[in-house]
Write a protein that binds this ligand. Structure first.
Ligand SMILES: [Zn+2]
Length: 826
């Protein structure tokens, strides 16, 4: 466990539980299992490896790191379970076998972890559990205790820590009890689950059904620690959503949208509402919905040759044919004839008249003697190409495979070639004076709901601006930038060719992975291509393997799509909020989002004020999501993403927060929903049926509920922009005379960060920062044993400083806060 030491006369003391993290709190939930959505489409195309969506069980983060490093994408449906991690992956049969050989378990369709949900309906055997002596009273702290309801069912989610949690032999067990709300006696003891990640103890936790809201819990450790904590509400009693306002218009999006449809509508909106909307074009064109025309000729062995055209398929590559020809006779040299787009390779013969050209020789001849038609030819995968090439029975046509459409593809033909991405900018005052909010959807191609969710939010802004007071305030007080799809090439591939496409279409693969059988695995994971906490710098969760689902690219910002985001936030410095919208999972994240696995070293934790502001904002956003059909994003799925899920090296959120100070959220929309008919949580999918069961898995319902959340994010930004009020802090229990040592801490009236000194000096932004006791916990407690003066000030999320103190200048007022603890030692 981390410990921090505070100077002179002070001991950093782990705070006793009781208080639960700022803002409202709440609870978690858990789908018993998820099943495949459209992501499981099987391809009937020739020369392509069939894939299916499977659910996996891994022993923990160490195994997850190994699996990701080996090139697997396990990004979605990831769930921390007491026995390790469960995740989903789109796999070929070969990949399944490889994973199994690494020790990963493939789960059956009805397997998977479920919390032991017990609707106890009250307290059983109250008081039966013996209270342990308080001889280890500092060893247990409540981190969170959250109550929520969904569709008539109550849930309690608890996280608690013991200072002896890392101890392995024996492992410390924790028991959780709760009162009944009306009866204050504790009872119904349950054993909590110990959560370990990358070898580090995180905390113990539990989620379970309850019929009545408890007001307090008690946690007891097997080493004698015991503490109690208050239960907080999570997303309960939220204000009504904007959609309840009379005359409010919503429900604009009627189906999934291709990038062309999204961009077309964005441009229409800018034309129809020129007073509040415009298009900003991103400067870097994508690498394009296009491929080189290819063929693998002569099987898949040592005699096979992989051929790729110099021209893109649609620009002539698809017209090329390649034929391997056997001539009569002996002692014939290898030769190449080119007539128009027809390439004939005349195979060599030896003195006895036997064929004599190897695959490596034929490939070299194609690269250098095809009149520029072929720019890449090589043996198949890892073969050396020493096999003798056989003649073809007929000319082989090269193809980019893009005209081979998947079943269910939309009508029409997506445009080939590079795309320019339009940003739909909405705001009455687009002059940099209002807080900017960047909504960036569909970095990952197969995630179709984030795009429709973002478009729905844009439509609500422009349609309600003139008629709805709250919407008018948003448009007048913010400057919103929508990127409705940040991966149009990959998205077109997902719509038209291969539903499970995740990355962009750029092929960075060397020869051994460049044959067209691997074409569904090429591309860069755009959300691993950024500069902060990159896989290139040793952070965990990005892959250097070009066929990996989390391939980070050959270098940081190698891709036009990620370069564009940096361009945008550098050009529009008023952008202070960002939401990277993904699916599916029912999660809301911020920093830290990446770590170095060895030692589990995360990116720096946001200051306490930022952390509290993130929680407060999350609570507002998710309350509005819940308002649509009672979907609850549970607190176990909210927070620093590497705290609650896994490390994502080089993600966009880390770059925007640490480089530019932008509050950068990551959202997994469309997660589990509770099904009261079965009593279970039902998992989501990347492409749920648009008109599915409106109460369960439905693209339409997810679009509407998460658009509510995006609208609330705009209101968070508007409030932030108007916040000119200084924060106020309290020193508890306060300065004065004490007989003997005293425990002190700071509190603030809103999310704010405190800087303090204890040596009598003036506090500045370089002074010690008041920190959390441990992550996901409230502020630390100081055990003061000698007379000490605390000087401090607080700064809120909008940058307002308590009492207008200026920490940068040594001005005469010196109006920082101060308090002296006088210890009378008799
Ligand atoms: Zn994603």
């Amino acid at each position: 466990m981390r410990r921090r030491h505070v100077r002179i006369g002070l001991l950093a003391l782990t705070a006793m539980a009781g208080s639960v993290l700022m803002a409202s709190a709440p609870a978690g939930a858990d789908p018993t299992h998820s099943t495949a959505g459209a992501g499981s489409n099987r391809s009937q195309l020739e020369d392509r490896e069939a894939v299916s969506l499977v659910r996996l069980q891994l022993t923990g983060a160490d195994m997850l790191d190994k699996v990701v490093a080996a090139g697997f994408d396990l990004e979605h449906g990831v769930k921390r379970v007491p026995t390790g991690i469960e995740a989903e992956a789109v796999l070929t049969a070969e990949q399944r076998a490889e994973l199994q050989s690494m020790g990963v378990r493939i789960l059956g369709s009805d397997e998977g972890f479920a919390w032991n949900e017990q609707a106890d309906g009250g307290i059983r055997a109250a008081g039966k559990q013996a209270v342990q002596p308080l001889n280890h009273e500092q060893t247990v702290r409540v981190v969170r205790a959250d109550w929520f309801t969904t569709k008539g069912q109550g849930f309690l989610y608890v996280e608690a820590r013991t200072t002896e949690g890392q101890q392995a032999d024996p492992v410390v067990e924790m028991q959780l009890e709760n009162d009944s709300g009306t009866d204050t006696a504790f009872g119904f003891a349950r054993t909590m689950s110990r959560f370990v990640d990358s070898g580090q103890y995180m905390f113990h936790r539990n989620l379970f059904k309850l019929d009545k809201r408890p007001s307090q819990i008690r946690v007891t450790s097997s080493t004698g620690g015991v503490t109690t904590g208050k239960v907080s509400d999570w997303l309960e009693n939220a204000p009504p959503p904007l959609t309840d306002n009379p005359g409010y218009k919503s429900n604009f999006v009627d189906d999934y949208k291709t990038p062309q449809q999204l961009y077309g509508r964005a441009k229409e909106i800018a034309q129809q509402y020129p007073d509040i909307a415009e298009i900003v074009y991103l400067p870097n064109k994508t690498n394009g919905y296009q491929r080189k025309a290819q063929a693998t000729i002569g099987g898949t062995g040592n005699s096979a040759v992989v051929v790729s055209s110099a021209a893109w398929g649609h620009e002539g590559g698809n017209d090329i044919t390649v034929e391997f020809v056997e001539r009569p006779g002996a002692n014939l040299p290898l030769a190449v004839e080119v007539t128009g787009k027809a390439i004939r390779v005349l195979l060599a013969k030896d003195a006895s008249g036997a064929l004599a050209s190897t695959a490596a020789e034929v490939a070299a001849a194609l690269e250098t003697r095809s009149a520029g038609l072929v720019d890449r030819a090589h043996p198949y995968r890892t073969n050396a190409g020493t096999g003798i090439v056989a003649p073809t029975s007929a000319p082989v046509a090269l193809t980019d495979f893009l005209d081979q459409k998947r079943a269910g593809a939309p009508a029409g033909e997506p445009p080939r070639g590079p795309a320019t991405i339009p940003v739909l900018r909405i705001g009455k005052h687009r002059d940099g004076t209002k807080p900017g909010v960047l909504i960036q959807a569909q970095d990952h191609a197969r995630e179709w709901v984030p795009a429709t969710t973002s478009l729905e939010a844009a439509e609500r802004l422009v349609h309600n601006y003139k008629t709805d007071r709250e919407t008018k305030k948003i448009v007048e007080d913010t400057d919103v930038f929508f990127i409705l799809s940040n991966n149009p090439d990959g998205a077109n591939y997902s719509f038209y060719n291969f539903a499970s496409q995740r990355k962009n279409l750029t092929n960075h693969c060397p020869d051994e992975n460049a044959d067209p059988g691997r074409r569904d695995s090429w591309g860069v994971d755009l959300n691993r291509n950024y500069r902060v906490a990159s896989g290139h710098d040793g952070y965990s969760g990005g892959s250097s393997v070009c066929t990996s689902g989390t391939y980070q690219g050959p270098e940081k910002l190698s891709e036009p799509e990620s370069k564009n985001i940096i361009w945008l936030v550098e050009k529009y410095r008023n952008i202070k909020f960002m939401m990277s919208v993904h699916s599916n999972g029912g999660q809301l994240f911020w920093q830290p989002g990446a770590y170095i696995a060895d030692g589990r070293i995360t990116t720096p934790r946001p200051p306490l004020g930022d952390e509290a502001f993130y929680w407060q904002s999350a609570s507002r956003i998710l309350s509005q999501v819940k308002a649509y059909r009672e979907t609850v994003v549970t607190p176990e799925n909210v927070g620093g993403s590497s705290d609650v899920l896994y490390s994502s090296a080089g993600n966009v959120r880390e770059d925007l927060y640490y480089t530019y100070g932008i509050y950068a959220f990551g959202w997994e929309v469309g997660g589990s929903v509770y099904n009261p008919a079965t009593g279970n949580w039902q998992g989501g999918s990347f492409q749920p049926p648009w008109e599915g069961d409106p109460d369960l898995v439905s693209g339409h319902s997810e679009t509407m509920e998460y658009a509510n959340g995006i609208m609330e994010m705009f209101r968070v930004a508007a409030d932030w922009g108007k916040d000119k009020k200084d924060p106020k802090s309290t020193f508890v229990p306060g300065g004065g005379k004490y007989h003997g040592p005293v425990d002190v801490r700071f509190e603030t009236n809103e999310p704010a960060t405190i800087y303090y000194t204890t040596d009598g000096s003036r506090p500045t932004l370089q002074s010690q920062r008041y920190e959390a006791t441990d992550f996901r916990e409230p502020g630390q407690v100081f055990h003061v044993t000698e007379t000490t003066t605390f000087n401090w000030f607080s700064v809120d999320a909008a940058g307002n400083i308590e009492q207008n103190y200026d920490p940068t200048k040594n001005d005469k007022r010196n109006n920082y806060r101060t308090a002296t603890i006088k210890i009378d030692k008799k």
